[in-house]
Design a protein around this ligand. Sequence first.
Ligand code: GLU
Length: 416
Amino acid sequence: MQSTKALTPFEEVNLFYDQAAERLKLSSGVWEMLRRPWRELRVQVPVRMDNGEMKVFTGYRVQHNAARGPYKGGVRYHPQADEEEVRALASLMTWKTALMGLPFGGAKGGVQCDPNQLSLGELNRITRRYTLSIEHLIGPNRDIPAPDLGTNAQTMGWMMDAYGQIHGYTPAIVTGKPVELHGSLGRDSATGRGVGYVLTEAAKDFGLEVRGARVVIQGFGNVGSWAARLLHEMGCRIIAIGDAKGAVYQPRGLDLQKLLRHHTSAGTVAGFPEGEAVTNEELLELDCDVLLPAAIDNVLTGRNASRLKTRLVLGGANHPTTPEADAILNDRRIPVLPDILVNAGGVTVSYFEWTQNLQEFRWDEDRVNAELKKTITSAYREVYQRAQQAGITYRQAAFEIGVQRVARAAELRGFI
Ligand code: GLU
């Protein structure tokens, strides 16, 4: 495959989309329509900082496709959250919700900022201003935001409140809310739990023993930290974990209780005394059974894919693998289970949260987890079977299923 260095994240995702569209023989009009976002909004987010000065941030909401239901997708606070990245992530949500069979389309939002440099008050004010700027585009039956990188349940509480000041009490406007504000039990752990359910199924197909499997995790945010805890409970040996500040390696397996305590006080896994310090580049190339990139995008690339020493890659973050890396790993026969499957636990429980809010009813956590397991396990089975039958990669199979469902919905709506 030719070098894809010059491609933007959105162009990279579209390489995967184009392959699916071609195999599905979509007509050129439908192909084009599903390729581009339906609607995009860029807004200024002027905010009074704690020191009294005004700062202007840039925010986005990209609504990619709603053929199968209201737009759905997170809001990311990150310095790199620009137009092209948010577009890429919005389109991934379209294919993800379709693959999981959820009655949603795909969207993504973002504010270009570094949340680590902002106080709680500043984050609150950014969130309220951003919500007011996109308020006319969102709604429980139009577009339902959720947390993503750099945002969390608290951010969703602020969004719900800001929206409610205009529209009245509307808990179904966002998902991933605090449980005390009608968030769903099990939503916080859902993405990590989904990773565990996928691994449980995949282990059977790839001859892996979950008990004792050596796992390397990049990222210790919502996805990475929950995945670490839950995979550890399943009997995996978590041998290395990294975050933005550094990584730690312990071949005997990290003591997660102690690591969590260290993380709480130090704000990073780096510097954990019971392990060897490694860089993030070294982390990804460690000898392991399962590699879970669960932080940012584009970490498995043409540069390091030939050096990975893992038996299975699980895409925990959104778009962690470039098309170049995907091709190299495929040549090396290292299976890559795609992010739109592996990290779909979050949006799946978002769907359950939305449902509970609309019904004004609460599910217990066992029900949430059982329904999540059923949904993500059957999506995994569909992807696995399609890949085996068609002789294509798991990513190609996942995109094909998603794209096919969206194209069919568009056709049945009668606008094509
Ligand atoms: N941000 C998560 C994702 O990328 C969750 C989105 C949602 O729950 O709507 O899948």
